[in-house]
Design a protein around this ligand. Structure first.
Ligand SMILES: [Fe+2]
Length: 316
């Protein structure tokens, strides 16, 4: 009988309303700054100074040296459509107007990482929360918290693609069910291996559409060309059982045929059944290749075996 109750709750989910995070769900605690409301949004975007704008321009120029031929064409078109290279940190209001005309999305400023249930709520309503700060020259190459360059340059161009834009909204809606089943880690793994580190086949080559790849110079080349990582066709059930690391280059990337493939595999999947079949913890290490995998390239894992980032190993 519990199943029927859950299905009913699912059909009745009101995505316009901020969901409550159940008390027993595993999620990272975050302290809300006092000046923010329940939506965690800043009243307005930071006004950046000329050094901030120069940092954006330098980061932009660095990516443009490595992205052509390695990023999916939808991403390159998105950069053009929103004119993100015109100079300086883009204005969220103007960008949202343009993005709104294309796919109905907007970009809203947040001060830091926000809680999962608030994040799901914004995505389900086609609002993309973007970090309201930009890195410094000291943290030019690597930052832990996503800044405006990662969030806007990495994520927003993809939101100009209608199918990907729909996928992101559905991902947000999927959060309601993940909270009910206490499977946020599993859903987080799907986000990680698609939205952040996804690859796609294009012109018989692997290209990147994930923001974590597209917003940094090293991983763009590593993900698409290096011998170390595995590249495996996306299988949602498998990905949601796979662990991930956040502090180094990925040992494995998952590849989609196209955005329709991504949409079909996830949005049309019965997640009730999937969540019921998932163990509480991840089953597969992030470097594993398993029997069911459709492998595009099996990696040597040389980079990982030499010790990864901490050892100064070459990303080969
Ligand atoms: Fe991101």
């Amino acid at each position: 009988m519990a199943t029927i109750a859950l299905d009913k709750a699912s059909a009745a989910a009101n995505y316009a309303q901020l969901p409550e995070m159940p008390q027993d769900v595993f999620t990272a605690p975050l302290q809300k700054p006092n000046h923010l409301g329940e939506d965690w949004l800043e009243p307005e975007q930071t006004s950046y100074d000329s050094e901030d704008d120069a940092i954006w321009d330098d980061l932009f120029a660095r990516q443009m040296k490595v992205l052509p031929g390695r990023a999916v064409s939808a991403f390159m078109r998105g950069l053009d459509k929103l004119d993100l290279g015109r100079g300086g940190v883009p204005d969220f209001v103007e960008m949202s107007e343009n993005l709104g005309k294309l796919t109905g999305w907007s970009v809203v400023p947040v001060p830091m990482l926000i809680p999962d249930h608030v994040f799901f709520w914004h995505l389900a309503n086609r609002r993309f929360p973007a970090g309201n700060f930009i890195r410094t020259r000291e943290t030019f190459d690597y930052i832990q918290e996503p800044d405006v360059f990662h969030d806007v340059f990495g994520h927003v161009p993809m939101l100009t693609d209608p199918t990907f834009a729909d996928y992101m909204q559905e991902y947000g809606r999927a959060g309601w069910k993940a909270m009910r089943y206490n499977r946020l880690k599993a859903l987080g793994s799907l986000y990680w291996y698609t939205v952040e580190f996804g690859l796609m086949m294009e012109d018989d080559e692997v290209r990147a559409y994930g923001a974590g790849i597209l917003s940094g110079p090293t991983e763009v080349v590593f993900a698409t060309e290096a011998k170390s990582p595995n590249r495996i066709m996306l299988n949602v059930d498998r990905v949601m059982r796979t662990d991930y690391v956040i502090s180094d280059l990925q040992p494995t990337y998952f590849v989609i045929e196209d955005f329709d493939d991504l949409y079909r595999q996830t949005v049309e999947r019965d997640f009730d059944k999937l969540y019921k079949s998932l163990p509480p913890a991840f089953t597969y290490a992030n470097s594993a290749v398993i029997d069911v995998d459709h492998v595009v390239n099996r990696g040597t894992q040389e980079y990982l075996l030499r010790g990864g980032r901490g050892s100064g190993a070459d990303p080969v």
